[in-house]
Ligand binder design. Sequence first.
Ligand code: NAP
Length: 299
Amino acid sequence: MLDVLIIGSGPAGLSAAVYAKRANMDVLVAEKVFYGTGQIAESNLVDNYLGFAGINGYDLGEKFREHAVNLGVEFKEGEAQIFEFADGKWKVHFKNGDVVETKSVIYAAGAVHRHLGVQGENEFAGKGLSYCATCDGAFYRGKTTAVIGGGDTALDDALYLADLCSKVYLVHRRNEFRGSAKTVEKLREKENVEFVLEAKPAAVIGTDRVQELQLEDGKKLNVDGIFVAVGMIPMTTPVKEVVNLDAAGYIVADETGKTSAKGFFVAGDVRTKALRQVVTAVADGANAAASVKLYLGID
Ligand code: NAP
């Protein structure tokens, strides 16, 4: 039986795997997407991970994964759906019917993109509407785009697109940004970026592809592409009956990663915390592995 099954291969899961493997634990990392490295792969620029200023998120994710692979960490592709605890062990049921038994779990499943929930959003997803500027931005070279949101993702996306697109509208529902003031400053210096503040999207309009973003005040922006960057939703559906969640749906745990369930630990963006960054995800992974070590009584 495994000492620890880690759910998720983003920075938190991979960091937990490195620490668990180095403590001689029998460890397996389950990942929904084959050879994934989590959300970080979508980040064009990570400028605040200590020692790697200016690195591309995909490259940083590859480095994390390589570290775990070089230590002999094994991976399993599959979506964990049901978690059962009995007789001191966890039975984890996967979508494909596989069942994995383990003495403990580190849950590092991360979070997914929040949708706007406006008319036309689903219809035009992949037809001019995207949730990942790093992935799809290059298709809009020389074109007009709108980025929706006021957090770091939206700001980074707008900055990235400003160097590709002829025009970028940054559409935010308030007149203050949640994201970094420094990035806002950089955006203000870009001649092709227009701030559209106190503006709520109402509908995405087009024929075959996106043509307009309609705002609640009736204003319409003519755009070729729309990038939605309005935050994330924690991936807690399979565990919401197993562990305590906070009001926003994140798993309640302090830095130790200890949850309300025995032998079930959490790490990364899916945990209640003030700052969701690569560095805090990586720290969470290390802490959760240390907690597992204590839990299993490993010296
Ligand atoms: P976020 O910080 O939660 O920001 C979401 C933004 O979307 C907010 O500005 C919010 O507006 C807006 N929003 C939410 N629902 C909306 C709706 N229905 N309609 C219109 N706007 C809506 O999410 P994030 O930007 O993805 O960042 C997540 C975490 O990752 C943060 O901790 C962030 O600092 C971190 N991050 C860091 C970097 C970096 O360091 N380079 C890059 C990306 C992300 P309000 O402000 O009005 O609530």
